[in-house]
Structures are given as structure tokens and as C-alpha cells.
Design a protein around this ligand. Sequence first.
Ligand code: HEM
Length: 414
Amino acid sequence: MINDPATLEFILKTEFAVFQKGSKSREIFQDFLGHGIFNVDGERWKSQRKLAANIFNVKNFKDFVNDTFKSEMHEFSSVLAGYAATQQEFDLQDLFFRFTFDSFMKIGYGTEMKTVRSSDKVPFMVAFESIQARLIKRLINPAWKYSEYLTGETRTHTEQIKIIRDFGRSIIQEKQVEGGEKDNDLLSLLMRVKDDEGNLSSHDDLVDYVLNFLLAGRDTTAITLSWAVFLLHKNPATLEALLTEINSVLNRSCAPTYEQIRNEMPYTKAVFHETLRLYPSIPRGRKEAQKDILLPDGTFVEKGSFVGWSPYSMGRTEAIWGPDAKEFKPERWLKMEKQPSPFNYPAFNAGPRICLGKGMAELEGVFVLVELMRQFEIRIVKEEEVTYGISMLLPMKNGLKVTCTFREHAGLEA
Ligand code: HEM
């Protein structure tokens, strides 16, 4: 395990070709992520990265992204208005998952889901989350195949993989029936791309792509929003400062524009990044050495062994962030002369495989925080029960149970 930015740069950038995802991790994640971008190296990775870079470049389609977040947020707000009127307790983390799911399905695949409107369990989501919690156990248990067999999890796992792959297939079929291959959403691009021999992607590969991008676009942002609400609840002065910024930029009760989020809301953006510093939604990373190599400090790494790092620990390390590293202080981001290098703040990864959706996540996160806090007062029901679950990502174990009321003078227009 390493914990210093210079060594992380060596692994993720300088010796990128040596430190790869590797075949051992690939085996663990194969049935879930297949040949999708998170689970491949080399040429397969390069071609998906190039393609996805087109769509995740927010500038290319900022109006579409902005309109989608706006209309999905309108749904989200009206659901919250219902809870505010009845004072009913609800799970905000679950609602964030539904929001990011609906938004990403529309932006990435052109599909309307509207799961925010319902409180019924969505089989795809249940299976998706349960698989992630299982896979993390595989990383620490070399005998995972036997353990899963003995506990009966092999069967559950197979059933859940079928649920999520059937879902992926249905999205692709829908697109084919609609003849949407000419559209410019991510799936349409993926359906048109050809390999060096001129072949289109197989149906199975397309399912892998759909599921990988959904994992990237849905879970990470929903988890960050949940921790942000929790931290704001625990730090009332920060919430006050956030509301002051919101009120000074949005002098009428309407949603922020893309330009306002980009240029006029530095404090809200700082809240988003400060949350990720302390609660990075992907809390750990590891790479497999493809040959024997020495780290800059002289440590020998044998071919086939792993080097790991933890954005969670690095975000709380005093040598990087100073003596107040463990405190939630968004102000620190405003005092910096320049933003920290991704090797100091690896919540979005760093080097050639740095997150492609960082701009979109920031836009979505800030937009939702502004809209939520502008309109509603959120109260966490049992603060002491909030803790993280053990999973591939960093979700809250028991969800985020809250009640809400309308904030005074708030309007509900979008
Ligand atoms: C708070 C939100 C987010 C965080 C913290 C985050 C973090 C990360 C991290 C740590 C990785 C590296 C993972 C690995 O290699 O194992 C990654 C990769 C990636 N992210 Fe994000 N992400 C976020 C949101 C998004 C969104 C919204 C999208 C898409 C719309 C996205 C798209 C991607 C893609 C495509 C990759 C793979 C890059 C590659 O391997 O070349 N991310 N992200």
C-alpha cells in the first residue's frame, strides 16, 4: 500500500505501461464488468476511452446535459415536496441513486426511466448494488470461488448477473428497434464503432459497455451527494455559507444555469470536492505490475504482485492536507493558489486513466446540491447510524434516512 503522491504519480503515469489493471483483477470482475472500460487494458481500453471522451466532454453537449439534469431534478423536487407535505421519513441515498440512474440513462442511452417517481425496488438496482458488495469480498479472499459455492452465493450471483445483463440487453434492443443507431448518445456511438478489421462490437460487448458506463455515471455521484448532505448536516456553519452563496447568485427562485455553476458558485464546488476528499466514492485502487520493478523509494515490486493506494486515506493524510486534514473545511479549496494535482487528490484517479466524467459529475453534483438546499431543509433521522458499507464503492450502509420541510421563501420552479 502506498500513501504518497510522488509514488502514485510513478505508478499511474510514469510507469503506466507496467502498472495495469491486470489479469487477476480481470478474473474477479469478469462476470460483472466483462470487456468494459473499467476492466480492460491496452488496445481495448484505448478505443473505448477515445470514444467515450467524445460524449463525456460536457462542453460538447452542455445544453442537453443541463436540460436533462433540470427536468430530472424537477421530478426529484416534486417527490421531495410530497415527503415535505407529509413529513414522512425516506431514504435520500436511495433517491439520489434513482436520480443519477434516470439522468445517466437519458444522457448516455437516450432512455427515459423515471424511477424517482416510484418507491418500488428496481430489480436492476438491487442486483447491481448486491453484486458490488460481493465483489469486494473477492479481492480479499483468494478462495472466493469456494466460499461463494459453500454459502450458496454462486447461485444468487448468477441470478443477479442475469438480471443486470438482461437489462443491458433490453436497452440495446430498444435502441435497435427505434433505429436510434444514428443518434449521438453514448450507446449509439458504441453501436457504430468498428474495430481494426472493420467489425462492429458484439452484442455481449455492448452489454459490457452499457453496464460499465452506468456504474461510472450513476453510483459515484449519488454516493458523493449522500455524504455531502451528511457533512452539511453536521457542519451548520458550512451549510449557512453555502446558502449565502446560493442566495447571492440566484436572486430569484430559479435553478442555476450552466454558466452560473461553472463561474459563480466556487463555494458549492468546494463543498463537493471537500466531500470527495473525505469520502471518495471510489475509496481504493490497485494495479498489477507486469514486470519486476523498483519504486522510487527502492521498494522492489515483483511481476504479478499488486500495488494499492487509498484516496480515502490520502484525503485524510496530514502530510498532504495539513494538520486539519480530518476536518470538513470547504474554505481550504478557495484559499489554494491552484487546485491540487490529481496525485495529491486522487478521488477521480490520475494519469492517462483519469476519470472521464469529472466535469459532468461536478456539474451534476453542484446542480443537485444547489437545488436541494435552496428548496428544502433536510434533517437526518438517526445520525449515529450513518456509516459506510463495505463495497466496491463507498455507499452508506443503511442508506440516509431523513425528513424534509420546505425552506422558507423557496420556489419550486425549475
Ligand atoms: C463523484 C463522481 C465520480 C468520481 C468520484 C469518479 C471517480 C473515478 C475513478 C476513481 C476512476 C478510476 C477507476 C478505476 O480505474 O478503477 C474513474 C474512471 C472513470 N470514470 Fe469517473 N467518477 C465520477 C463520476 C463519473 C461520471 C459521472 C462519469 C460519466 C458520466 C464517469 C466516467 C468515468 C469513466 C468512463 C472512467 C474510466 C476511465 C478509464 O479507465 O480510462 N465518472 N472515475
